[in-house]
Every structure is written in structure tokens, then in C-alpha cells.
Design a protein around this ligand. Sequence first.
Ligand SMILES: C[S@@+](CC[C@H](N)C(=O)[O-])C[C@H]1O[C@@H](n2cnc3c(N)ncnc32)[C@H](O)[C@@H]1O
Length: 280
Amino acid sequence: MNYRHAFHAGNHADVLKHITLLAWLDALAKKEAASFVLDTHGGRGLYALDAKAAERTGEGQAGIGRLWSKRGLPAAVQRLCEVVASENPDGQLRLYPGSPRIALAALRPQDRLAACELHPEEAAVLKSNLAADSRAATHARDGYDAVRALLPPKEKRGLVLIDPPYEAQEAEYPRVLQAVKEAMERWPQGGVAVWYPIKQRRTLHGFFREANKLGGRGLLCAELMIRPDDSPLRLNGSGMLLFNPPFQLDAVLAPALPILARMLGETHASQRLEWLRPMP
Ligand SMILES: C[S@@+](CC[C@H](N)C(=O)[O-])C[C@H]1O[C@@H](n2cnc3c(N)ncnc32)[C@H](O)[C@@H]1O
């Protein structure tokens, strides 16, 4: 477990993931019934963009840094910028929230969050970063085991976010797919969002094929490529596989993706929003 998200916080992949997360939770909030969010790989919840790790890569500045003070962006992008602004009340971009705090920004008093983190130091920081919010519980445990332990929740609606570090590269896919399968079997009313890295596209074909077999009410794919998908060495882009997404999530994401490609991408940046299995 060498991966530390602090080097990457706020990069193009986080921006795609967190815009999608907010759009999904805002859609759930349109109905009064309570929602539950299980964040299987929570990270530390809040990242200092002026810390050495973030400054060394500059990824956050090349991601959220290019967006957060702009006006007139599509609503889904603006939404993330507002949440980031609320973490930086003095107007300087110093802190970038991770998925657990982003989820809490969209959840209502009746909703709940369970955030898992396996790395002991990261889990301790996550616990302190969520401590002030009684809707949140931190679990210092394996996020895949938590799918079995914490689902189904008492709430009928909600989302499982699966965002592993893919340190084992393609060996992570079977674990992710097994977790999606178990989540949908245990909690058919819930949705599942999986983040995946894109280096070379051809390595993803088997993953998509297996994901498509998992059933559910619909499977949407949203991708942001900041450069072509032909180098095995760099994170050229990333995607979200969205199982059982809420009504019109695609319509909310559609105007955001081309703007992200333009503002965060290099030459030949691209984006994709596609139903791999349409809603019935
Ligand atoms: C990509 S980061 C998560 C970022 C976070 N979801 C966000 O968007 O802010 C992945 C995290 O998963 C943790 N991790 C690795 N394996 C895990 C496992 N099996 N269960 C739970 N957490 C794990 C890593 O320590 C790392 O903090």
C-alpha cells in the first residue's frame, strides 16, 4: 500500500469523479427519502494543495486550480467549484476535499455516509476530518469487505463509490467487479459508481465486457481524456462506470465533459458519455 492520494488530489481524475459524485447525490436529494453513501476507498478526506506532495506533482493546480475561480461554467462543474470554495473561505485555493467530504456537502440531515480507508495513517486523518459531522462514520477497514458488512443499509436509496488506487493495475478489476456484483445483489435499489484509470484503452476491453454482464437497471460510462490513450506510463485520463444511475444524470454531465476536456486537456483531449446498457 504505497499509494498516497495527496500527490494527485484535485487532478483531472478527481474533478471527473467528484463532479459525477455531486451530480448523482444532488439527483437523489430531489426525493425526501433518506440516502446512504458507502465510500469504499475514502482516502484522507481533505488535502493540502500547498503541501510538498501536491506541489511536487502540480496535479491539483492543473486540475481544480484551472477551474475553481472561473465563472459561467456548466452547472455540474460550478457545483464542484462551490464545494471547493466552501473549504477555502479566505479565497485562496489551499484545500481540496476528498470524496467523503464532497459527499457530505451534498447529503442532507437525514442522510448517512460510511467511509472506509485501509491505510492506518490515512484512516486516522480521515476520522478527524469527518469527526465534526454526525452523519459520517469512518471505518478503518478493507472497503471490499465493507460491501458485504455494511450492505444493505436501512435506507432504500443511495450510492456505493468504489475508487481504489489500482496499484495492482489490471489485477484490481476482478475485485472491483466482484464488489459491484455483491453491492447490486445486496442492495438492488442502490447505485454503484466505479472510477477507473485510462492509460492504454485496449487494456480496458475485458473490464467493460465483464461489467456489462453484471445486470442492473442501466450502465452509463463517463470519461475524460486529457491526452490520447496510447501510453502505458501516464494517467492519460479516467472514467466512471455508473451502474443504476439516477434519472437524467447523463443530461447533467453532458455539458460538463467537453468543457473539462478543453480546460484541463492537452492537444487531442477528448471525452465520452455513453450508455453501455441503456435504462429499461
Ligand atoms: C484513489 S484513493 C481514494 C480517493 C478518494 N476516494 C477521493 O476521491 O478523495 C484510494 C485510497 O484507497 C486506500 N485503499 C487501498 N486499498 C484499500 C482497500 N482495500 N480498502 C480501503 N481502502 C483502500 C488507499 O490508501 C487510498 O487512500
